[in-house]
Design a protein around this ligand. Structure first.
Ligand code: ZN
Length: 397
């Protein structure tokens, strides 16, 4: 017997192979062994009938927070309920706590966890104080050392630019660029209110990533208050800088997205920025974020590409991840497109009604079938300061 499972009768979308139509996928020992229009009937091989369903590579979430030693962190395994098979931590840890993160989460999680390492030694610990308000936390040498020791899972350097980097955002950026050069890996830059975005963009090189590209709280990718895209944005994109959504609890604004689309500026990757404060209300999960982009007019094929093929390319893993090619890991997402009236909210409390929603059915993680809702999601309890943080978010919308 050549296969131990065949997924039959689904509509397969795999942008890495330009497949968008009926196809069947055979799996053995957690690896995709063959994909073709249809396999002959063979009663001895188990099958799953996916009539009426879509099938795509397991989703890759380029931006989330999965270190539970931070007040932001959540257990990454819950994302398997939502078709996500690879999550990327966006700098929740720095060189001080990355090894703890690796030992207790990355190495033991069922889901694939990869990570950007924060230039600030302790990563992003709490909402109480910005992690780079004191520049002494920025450590290029130690950051590149820890990255170089963990290159199998470390993808590059992370920095948050905005009020969390105090008065010295550009100096901190210099350190982050230094660490990125020392490790020869990309830099992911969060841009939020208070960031000197044009100057930041000018310093980024091909392969670097700007996250929160559709935030609407100021100092974003559009000229203020209602002008076109910054020329620095178009130039950065031309140089090969990637732009990522990173929805989160404060970084997705319908109006910013629509205005950017008017200038033919679309995101390279669609990610959630899932963390303790965004999971309950604002972001929920990656399929919900993708559904918001369907609502904004992007095609299903496009949103799947921006959550499979493109993030895999951005992190340099497209030979193994974000694809249904033969001999790659059987990370597969099965979903339905529901039609109806769905409420989608941005992070400025604006609700719009969408017509379509991506509804997860099941996921295969290295060939193992997991049904949506099967993985228990446990979130840490909230304290008074956490509730105050929610109030600040709502108050500033
Ligand atoms: Zn984040």
């Amino acid at each position: 017997m050549n296969h131990d499972l065949i997924l039959r009768n689904g509509h397969v979308i795999d942008p890495s192979q330009n497949i968008d139509g009926p196809a069947e996928i055979a799996i053995k020992n957690g690896i995709i062994t063959e994909i073709k229009k249809s396999f002959p009937v063979s009663p001895e091989i188990p099958t799953i009938d996916l009539t009426g369903k879509y099938v795509c590579p397991g989703l890759i979430d380029l931006h989330g927070h999965w270190y539970e030693g931070s007040s932001y962190g959540i257990d990454p395994n819950g994302c398997l309920n939502d078709g996500v098979t690879t999550v990327i931590d966006a700098g929740t840890t720095g060189f001080v706590n990355f090894q703890h993160f690796r030992r207790h989460t990355i190495d033991s999680a069922k889901i694939e966890v990869l990570a950007f390492i924060h230039i600030g030694g302790i990563g992003i610990p709490t909402t109480l104080l910005g992690e780079l308000e004191d520049l002494r936390y920025a450590r290029p040498r130690e950051t590149s050392q820890v990255i170089n020791k963990h290159r199998d899972v470390a993808l590059g350097v992370k920095i948050r630019e905005g009020i969390m980097s105090g008065e010295h955002g550009l100096k901190a950026l210099d350190y982050a660029v230094m660490a990125s050069q020392k490790s020869d890996l990309p830099l992911m830059v969060h841009i939020s209110q208070g960031a000197e975005t044009p100057k930041i963009l000018d310093r980024l090189k091909a392969g670097d990533i700007v996250t929160h590209c559709f935030q609407g709280r100021g100092d974003g990718i559009l000229t203020q208050p209602s002008g076109p895209l910054l020329t620095n944005v178009t130039e950065a994109r031309k140089r090969g800088v990637f732009f990522d959504v990173g929805h989160g609890c404060g970084s997705f604004c319908w109006e910013t997205a629509r205005r950017s689309f008017e200038y033919h500026f679309y995101p390279d990757t669609i990610s959630t920025d899932l963390h303790r404060f965004s999971i309950d209300r604002f972001t929920k999960n990656l399929p919900t974020t993708l559904s918001k982009f369907l609502h904004l007019g992007m095609s299903l094929n496009d949103v799947i590409s921006k959550s499979t093929l493109i993030p895999a390319q951005v992190i340099g893993r497209s030979d193994q991840l974000g694809t249904l090619k033969t001999n790659t890991i059987a990370d597969i997402f099965v979903f339905e497109i529901e039609e109806g009236e769905f409420k989608f909210e941005d992070t400025h409390m604006c609700t719009e009604i969408g017509k379509y929603r991506i509804k997860p059915s099941l996921v295969l993680k290295a060939g193992e079938v997991i049904h949506s809702g099967q993985i228990e999601v446990r979130l840490r309890e909230l304290f008074d300061c956490d509730k105050e943080y929610y109030q600040r978010i709502e108050g500033s919308a």
